[in-house]
Design a protein around this ligand. Sequence first.
Ligand SMILES: *Cc1c(COP(=O)(O)O)cnc(C)c1O
Length: 328
Amino acid sequence: MNPVPYLDLSRARRRVEPELHVRWQKILDGNAFILGPEVKEFEAAFAAFLGATAAVGVANGTDALTVALRALGVGPGDEVIVPAFSFFATAEAVVLAGGTPVFADIEPDTYNLDPADAGARVGARTVGVIGVHLYGRPFDAERLGALCRQRGLWLVEDAAQAHGARFGSRRVGTLGDLAAWSFYPTKNLGCFGDGGAVTGMDAERMAKVFRVANHGQTERYHHVEIGTNSRLDSLQAAVLNLRLRTLDQDNARRRALAEVYRAGLAGVGDLRLPPDRPDDECVYHAAQAPLPHAERAGGEVLCLPMFAELETAEAERAVEAVRAFYGA
Ligand SMILES: *Cc1c(COP(=O)(O)O)cnc(C)c1O
């Protein structure tokens, strides 16, 4: 029997390939490589999908975070609170923007930033907080938002693992001052190369985001500040336009697969399965199961195969393999 694939991107590719060829040929014929119609279409569709005011495509998720922080004015001497448990880029972006990351602890059950611990680390130099919706699970935007309002801090969402997730009735990406997205191929909404976006609710701030990502330009060759060059590629935007259409359906499939794991692995060995807050809609970027021993040794998470095209029978085989490991 073939091993269960951790991720098989070719299945996702096959679903969009015929239409993608048409779109890509059009881009080639029109030489619309930079900021073309596919990018405009995606920015409008993604903002509408989230209920955000605007989206600005950028080159990748790390740039999305860095550009968002620069648009918020982060610079030398500024401290930004970030969770101690996330992908490297969350803290890296603070340094790239010129600031200093300050690590706060996570909640043991959700792996997301603990608002109480974040609050305890606010100091005179703190300017903002980055919350990460880790593994597709929304962070507690109510408590973290309240902390930020009380202390006069901005809140940036690192939503790179949570495309389509909901906190209560609201999509993640509409809960803070700005949100940063990655469309790296393995993400819930992924393209076939690098890609990213910043979204936000405030039109003026989003104009600033666009300027920072486009050499500080207000109009062609009119540069009012030092920006950078970070744009979403037209060819990748075409992939995203096609894949955005099925994102909700794909996330529903991930939740169904998570139930297969939940049912099959409950009570096995020392596995603890992540809880589901009934009000929220976790989109299971990866289904995770912490191991208490390994946690003591520095924290360890077991990521199970999780992608929309994974077959139920494959998820069941993954369950069998884990059960066999534990002799269950
Ligand atoms: C993937 C990811 C990023 C960075 O995205 P890239 O597109 O790889 O630069 C940032 N934060 C989190 C939580 C991520 O998972």
